[in-house]
Design a protein around this ligand. Structure first.
Ligand code: UD1
Length: 370
């Protein structure tokens, strides 16, 4: 007998590693449960915000996520168009399936759009990774976080700072449950495999002797001057230490549009490539001398792996990666000094934040069952 029906939502690349452990935990609990006891029915909805094989399908395969029950195929568009399309298509799924809960993760447009739909239909919403705040409303993700958390019924947080942010915004304490970082479940589960693949070797690189870079935020890569400055810095850096830089579609599009690729031919150690899969990304981060990124996920993964991380942003919604972990904010003005500090071994060694232990999905399912 099913007495709990969940609709889980994914849309963009950073969502897949957050939903995978939850799906595996549900499957595990459904198998081990005696007949007649609480069985969890669950359906997976992919909004199709990310649709390239390398941005989406590859992660389903690697992380053993079953094919989605619904693919809304919304694709790209302006924020309004993308959000509206997701809402229109997701409402039909909700009306057809009448779930008890919808489960959303992270801060992408799909997270907010599906939350809005469910809230208006009176379907309960659980938000995993609730309470994170950069306090920078020029970031589309910050708007998504604020709206999602204002409407969600259950706010599942990764760290104490997130709880405090929610309480400050007037969220009732009983709605907030600190469960830890679900992405670390995926990392713990897959680390051995990622390490065994030694992905740096295919670039002719050795452990601890390269830099892993990912950059895709509009604030870094949409503006021509800012992108040119960053790329110049990376080109210079590559003369000291080889750089592996998988390009997000947004970054690649802009490098093409501003015709920046030809000037990079002179830098053989600046290795630009297509987006990499999950194992490759983890394997590259794990053995890098340091990581330079503007991704939220990599700030957390490097903290867990205790690899120094420079985050090319003026703020972060994940302060625990700085206070406890190995992360440091940087800018084009300070990056040279920050890199030198790491190369001289003067970076913070870092520790693993509380509840980042690979058991977050288990805690979440227990809460949902109760
Ligand atoms: C989105 C999320 C961001 C997340 C990032 C990770 C929002 C507001 N932003 O940003 O929080 O960190 O994903 O990747 O939800 N594109 C492709 N193929 C794809 C997907 C996108 O070519 O599979 C192109 C789109 O056409 C668009 C650009 O990449 O031009 C950006 O895609 P979009 O989904 O709008 O936002 P991201 O920058 O990926």
């Amino acid at each position: 007998m099913n007495n709990l029906k969940l609709l889980l939502v994914v849309g963009a690349r950073p969502n897949f590693m957050k939903i995978a452990p939850l799906l595996h935990e549900i499957r595990k609990q459904n198998i081990t449960e005696e007949q007649g006891k609480t069985n969890i029915a669950h359906l997976l909805v992919h909004t199709g915000q990310h649709y390239d094989v390398k941005m989406s399908e590859a992660f389903f395969k690697e992380l053993e996520i079953p094919d989605p029950d619904f693919n809304l195929e919304v694709g790209s568009g302006s924020h309004a168009v993308q959000t509206a399309e997701i809402m229109i298509r997701f409402e039909k799924v909700c009306l057809k399936e009448s779930p008890d809960w919808i489960i959303v993760v992270g801060d992408v447009n799909s997270t907010m759009a599906c939350t809005l739909v469910a809230a208006k239909l009176g379907i309960k919403v659980a938000h995993i990774e609730a309470g994170l705040r950069s306090f920078d409303r020029s970031m589309p993700e910050e708007i998504n976080r604020l709206v999602t958390d204002a409407l969600a019924d259950l706010l599942l947080t990764p760290s104490e700072d997130a709880d405090l942010n929610l309480l400050r915004e007037g969220v009732l304490p009983e709605k907030i449950k600190r469960v830890g970082n679900i992405m670390i479940d995926t990392l713990v589960f897959n680390l051995k495999k990622a390490r065994s693949l030694k992905p740096y070797a295919q670039y002719g690189l050795e452990e601890n002797k390269y830099v892993f870079v990912t950059l895709h935020r509009p604030s870094n890569v949409d503006n021509k001057e800012s992108l040119a400055l960053i790329i110049q810095n990376l080109a210079e850096l590559s003369k000291k230490l080889p750089v592996v830089f998988p390009l997000h579609p947004r970054t690649e599009k802009n490098l093409n549009q501003y015709d920046m690729f030809p000037s990079l031919d002179r830098y053989p150690h600046l290795k630009l490539c297509k987006p990499v899969g999950y194992f490759e990304s983890i394997g590259l981060a794990d053995k890098a001398k340091f990581v330079l990124t503007d991704s939220g996920g990599l700030q957390e993964e490097t903290t867990f792996l205790k690899v120094p991380c420079l985050t090319l942003r003026p703020n972060t919604e994940r302060p625990v990666t700085i206070t406890v972990g190995t992360n440091k904010l940087t800018s084009v003005d300070t990056i040279t000094d920050d890199i030198n500090r790491i190369l001289e071994g003067k970076h913070q060694p870092g520790a693993i934040p509380e509840l980042w232990d690979g058991r977050t999905s288990n805690r979440i399912i227990k809460i949902l069952k109760n």
